[in-house]
Every structure is written in structure tokens, then in C-alpha cells.
Design a binder for this molecule. Sequence first.
Ligand code: AMP
Ligand code: MN
Ligand code: MN
Length: 317
Amino acid sequence: MILDNIIEEIQNAEDIVLLTHETPDGDAIGSSLALYGALKQIGKKVDVIIPECPSLFNFLPWHDQIKDVGKEEKYSLAIALDCSDIKRLNGFANYFEGAKTKIVIDHHGSNTMFGDYNFVNPASSACCQILVTLLEYLDVSINKEIGTCIATGIITDTGGFKYSTVKSETFEFVAELLNNGINISDIYRKVLQISSKKQFELRKIAINRMEFLESGKIAFTYITSQEQENLECGTGDHEGIVEIGRDVENVEVSIFLREQNDGSYKVSFRSNEYVNVSDICLMFGGGGHQNAAGCTVNLPLEQAKEKLIAQTKLYLK
Ligand code: AMP
Ligand code: MN
Ligand code: MN
């Protein structure tokens, strides 16, 4: 069984590097830090590499252990978490490719299975939820610190337990965390409710120019790199914008473009009922889940908008 192979590889590894996807979210960071804590608990030598971790996650245990560069020699084991595609490891794919053994732990349906061992479960609400099973196998006790990291991933990836990816299992895991003294409501408030002033100002810009197209079934908005610069925005400050459009009555698909310094656009897609936005994003070299997906488009704004909307229209009823 694949879990047995993974446990064996972890037990035999001399040193381990943990990697996750670019523009990391709560699940990417939560799963990386939870596994970091767990591997430390069983006496492993571990590096956890997360580029540009948003400051809102500074409350997480082991946050001060995060590195933005690894060692030069090869690691014996690399584990990629919450990452569907080796391209999304961005500048860190070399640590993955260079490692003697490569493991992928993920929950994206679009996962390309780029490891030697791929523990991928698209039915799982978060990568952190998959870790619960793995940690049981590893005989690691889910203490308060590890539990806090796991709860963070589950809360953020389920939008606060409201997506259809939530199963009774999700609540069972979280009930267990609550029983172990993890403060779910405090984590919820920190990761989903509080917004910084910058975030609020950025949302105002995006809301003001939000358009409703195709009889209101598509919501579209964007922010430029100049606007992000003016507000001195950091990574993660755009979080939540795409959901604003999604939550307007009659909208099926919300599209949000965020200009990068090189002029390309990071695109976020969200849908409500029947459109599989992961399929749309795959057409642009991206991916994700049925109701939340993303891609990068290297075109001027108007052309990008036209192409994205033309493709989306094909999926509308
Ligand atoms: P985001 O809109 O950035 O919050 O991403 C929504 C979901 O789509 C997340 O699960 C991401 O991991 C996934 N995703 C975003 N961009 C890409 C991409 N370029 N390739 C594959 N998956 C992506
Ligand atoms: Mn993620
Ligand atoms: Mn995830």
C-alpha cells in the first residue's frame, strides 16, 4: 500500500525537504508546518521551504523555522504538499527533482502525479485533512501545535466549512481537534475574518470596477501591479476578492485578475454550481478544483479578459 511505502521512505530518510505551491495559502502553509512539526517529533532532520508566506499566518507554530532557500547538497527525500503540478513549485522544483526520493501529498483532482509516490485524494477537503491519516500511520500524536496547523488548512480550504468539499469526515477530524483543545474559533477569525487596511483598500478598488457579464452569470474584476504597489501590498493581500463576485446573486463564475510585476496576470476562478472552473483553467495551463481554480495568462488586460470570458461562456447554461 502506498502509505506503507511513504512511511518507510520517511523512516529511512537522512534528511527531508518540505515544499509547497507558489503564492501559498492556508492549506499550503498549514500542511507544510504540520508535517514539519510531526517529522521533528519523530526525530527527523527537516527543512521547510515556503516562499513569501503571508504575515497573517505568523501566528502558526514553527513559523520561525520557515526557510526561503534550502541546502546545496541533495536531500534524500522531498515531499511536495498541496501542489498539483511541479511547475507550481516555481523556483524550488530543483530541490524536488534533485532528491533521491520524491513524494507528493495532495488533494487536487488535476494533480499530475509528479512524485515517485503520489498520495493524492481529490475527495479530501484539504491537504491538511489527508495529513491526519498519514500522521496516524506515522504514530505521531496530533498535539496542540500540529492540530493548529491542520485546522488552519481545513478552515481556509473549505472557506470556513461551507464548500461542498466538506464531508462528515471533515467535521469528525475537526471535532477531534476541538476535543484536543485547539481553538477553532480563534483560528477562524485570524485566517478568514480579519482583513488588514491594505486588503480593505484593495477590495474597494476591485469592487468599484467589478463588471457583471452574460446576464450577470460572470463577475469580472482585476487589480493592476501599480495599485498593489501604491498600497504596498504583500503576498496574500488579494485573498478574498474573487469570492466577492462569486457571492453576488445569479453569478455562476467569478474571475479575478491580478497583475504581476512582469505584466502577466494571475487569474483566480470561482464557480457556484455547475461550471468546472478547473477545466477552464486547464485550457490556460493551470488547474485546481471544480469550484476554485487558477492559471497565469501572459497577455495585455483586454486580450486576457476577452479570451478568459470567451472560454467561460462555453460552460454556461
Ligand atoms: P487561487 O485562485 O490562487 O486561490 O487558486 C484556487 C485553486 O486553484 C487552488 O487550489 C490552487 O492551488 C489552484 N491553482 C491556482 N493557480 C493554479 C495553476 N496555475 N495551476 C494549477 N492549479 C492552480
Ligand atoms: Mn493551496
Ligand atoms: Mn489545498
